[in-house]
Design a protein around this ligand. Structure first.
Ligand code: FE
Ligand code: FE
Ligand code: ZN
Length: 375
């Protein structure tokens, strides 16, 4: 079965809270931060509801899950305090990850700040060597995440990941987390040449190293170096490309984790599209949402079809405008998903739907008419 889920909250009752949220989206996997990603305050291991959470997961058929290390950890820092804190805190995170029963902790390799990439790579490898030599009693692997190349972050090319791995002695404990948004933004054309990119990765790092895939669409074109996630289908990668990634045989068996942003007009009432994205990518929308949902989806196809709106042309042309035309962006900064939402609302035909329901339908619309045929 496809392992797919999203980032979920680990607050309150720890693994129980996380599992409950994941189950509500119909997930078969999920990812947690063991505490706030911006700080190092953590609850003691015995108050994480690990056993109760495990039982819940089992009853819902959730097996493999993933932990994400906080992004304040920077093993690339030349500053002794920052570096030492990163090493110590990552070791603690690895012990927590082990206690929760998780095999992979995803790590942003690090940033070289005022130095250069070569310094960063060496420093990160030094840090990983130190970290791993102190957690030999665990069986947790560190999954280096492929990065977008924003600022001075390392891991923006497959070569950088390979260089780090080469310099780490216990590199049997290093794996990779591919992030589709980051790879696109770093210059890998997943939408145009998926097989080519995967072959390249295999040559330089090895596909057997891939332990996790972060599934995100992106607000920016290939090579932008940006790192801005957007819901599946609403970005430059598009639904078809992401569907091909999730079902690619070279990536079979890995957990696929959504980190797409929550949406909604009112920031306080925003909610994720995870349940829709998961059902779409897994292909069980009918079981999850029922016939009425698909009747409405047909209505939406009809409505947008009448206006000759093609999903890919529309999404890409809105992003082009937002990117290339400052005046037009100022006049109307709305992104594709929100524009489609407003269009449907203005039409008056979908007045019976809540904001959440309509956004879910638009998420499904991004996948094209094929979804209607298959349902
Ligand atoms: Fe990440
Ligand atoms: Fe990611
Ligand atoms: Zn990102």
């Amino acid at each position: 079965m496809l392992k797919i889920g999203s980032h979920v909250s680990f607050s309150d009752k720890g693994l129980v809270t996380a599992a409950q949220e994941a189950i509500s989206y119909g997930s078969s996997s999920f990812m947690i931060y063991t505490g706030a990603p911006q700080n190092t305050r953590r609850k003691p291991i015995d108050s994480l509801y690990i056993e109760e959470g495990r039982a819940l997961m089992e009853s819902a058929g959730i097996g493999e899950i993933v932990v994400h290390a906080p992004y304040i950890i920077n093993l690339g820092s030349y500053k002794p305090d920052t570096f030492e804190l990163a090493v110590r805190f990552l070791q603690e995170e690895i012990r927590r990850t082990h206690a929760i029963g998780v095999r992979n902790i995803v790590l942003h390799p690090g940033a070289y700040t005022d130095k250069d990439a070569e310094f960063g790579i060496n420093r990160i490898a030094e840090g990983l060597n130190e970290v791993l030599s102190g957690v030999e009693e665990t069986d947790v692997n560190i999954a280096l995440e492929t990065m977008a190349g924003k600022g001075t972050e390392i891991g923006r090319s497959f070569e950088e990941i390979a260089q780090i791995m080469d310099k780490v002695s216990a590199n049997n404990r290093l794996t990779v987390c591919m992030d589709t948004c980051h790879m696109n933004d770093a210059g890998y054309d997943l939408a145009g040449d998926l097989d080519g990119v995967l072959e390249q990765f295999d040559r330089i790092v090895g596909l057997d190293k891939v332990a996790v895939v972060h599934v995100n669409d992106t607000k920016n074109p290939v090579g932008s170096g940006k790192d801005r996630h957007t819901p599946i289908g609403s970005g430059w990668l598009g639904y078809d490309a992401i569907q091909a990634i999730v079902h690619h045989e070279a990536l079979a068996g890995r957990p696929f984790i959504l980190e797409t942003p929550w949406i909604g007009k009112d920031a306080k009432k925003q909610r994720p599209m995870y349940d829709a994205e998961i059902a779409l990518l897994r292909g069980d929308g009918m079981e999850r949402f029922g016939e009425r949902f698909f009747d409405q989806l047909e209505r939406l196809h009809h409505f947008l079809g009448k206006q000759e709106i093609d999903r890919r042309t529309y999404v890409l042309s809105v992003w082009e405008t937002l990117k290339g035309d400052a005046k037009a962006r100022k006049a109307d900064p709305r992104e594709p998903l929100e524009r489609l939402y407003d269009l449907a609302r203005e039409g008056g035909e979908f007045a019976d739907l809540t904001e959440e329901e309509l956004n879910k339908l638009i998420t499904f619309w991004f996948a094209g008419k094929q979804v209607l045929v298959n349902a």
